[in-house]
Ligand binder design. Structure first.
Ligand SMILES: [Zn+2]
Length: 214
């Protein structure tokens, strides 16, 4: 398909299906965030009249807004005309999120796989889907489940699996100070949960990803 056809809805192939994935969360208030950052930094004892710090509340608020906002995207999928029925797995998708208990970053990678049903998903959409759900304060467990739920709901595949491995700075730079400790979470649906062979294949390939980096 040419790029002109891509951009013109009426020329899209009839089987093309691409819902716009948009945010459903409340609007942020950047101006209030800058004022609140200034109050917090002052309460922490920083002197915001120091010329090095005078613009810090704005930078801090904008950094947090950036980390909690993901771009909307089209979830492009295609009819599975060849009847591809083996596992599709995208490994090592970067994950950058914020823990909702400390508002400190957790970072790592996601491995997302599925067993296609009637439709296959554009490969770049796995990373978009992870980013969409990652850019908000939350727990790693909920992030893992949300990505799996969303794929399940949009694609109706025969199985979905999501594994996330991440390091939480709230555990590595404070508190337990367990630098290097990684947290693994997984969410499996359909055949990837219930069929032992599919489950073993998916988890084995996901594990190969982190073994490679260890
Ligand atoms: Zn935390």
């Amino acid at each position: 398909m040419s790029s002109a056809a891509e951009d013109t809805p009426e020329l899209r192939a009839p089987g093309r299906w691409r819902p716009r994935i948009t945010h459903t969360r409340p609007e942020s208030d950047p101006r209030a965030a800058v004022a609140a950052a200034a109050d917090l930094l002052t309460a922490l004892g920083l002197d915001l009249t120091d010329e090095n710090l005078v613009d810090t509340p704005r930078r801090m608020a904008h950094a947090l807004l950036e980390m909690t906002t993901a771009p909307d995207f089209d979830l492009t999928s295609f009819p599975n005309e060849e009847g591809y029925d083996e596992l599709v797995l995208v490994q090592d998708i970067p994950v950058q999120s914020l823990c909702e208990h400390h508002i400190l970053p957790f970072t790592g990678v996601a491995h997302v796989g599925y067993l296609p049903g009637d439709r296959i998903l554009g490969l770049s959409k796995f990373a978009r889907m992870v980013e969409l759900h990652a850019r908000r304060p939350q727990t790693q467990e909920r992030l893992t489940k949300r990505v799996a739920d969303h794929l399940q709901q949009e694609l109706r595949p025969r199985g979905v699996g999501v594994v996330i491995e991440a390091e939480h700075t709230c555990m590595s730079v404070r508190g337990a100070r367990a630098a290097g400790a990684r947290t693994l979470t997984s969410a499996l649906f359909g055949q990837l949960r219930d069929d032992p062979r599919s489950r073993a294949e998916f988890l084995g390939l996901a594990r190969a990803g982190w073994a490679r980096r260890a």
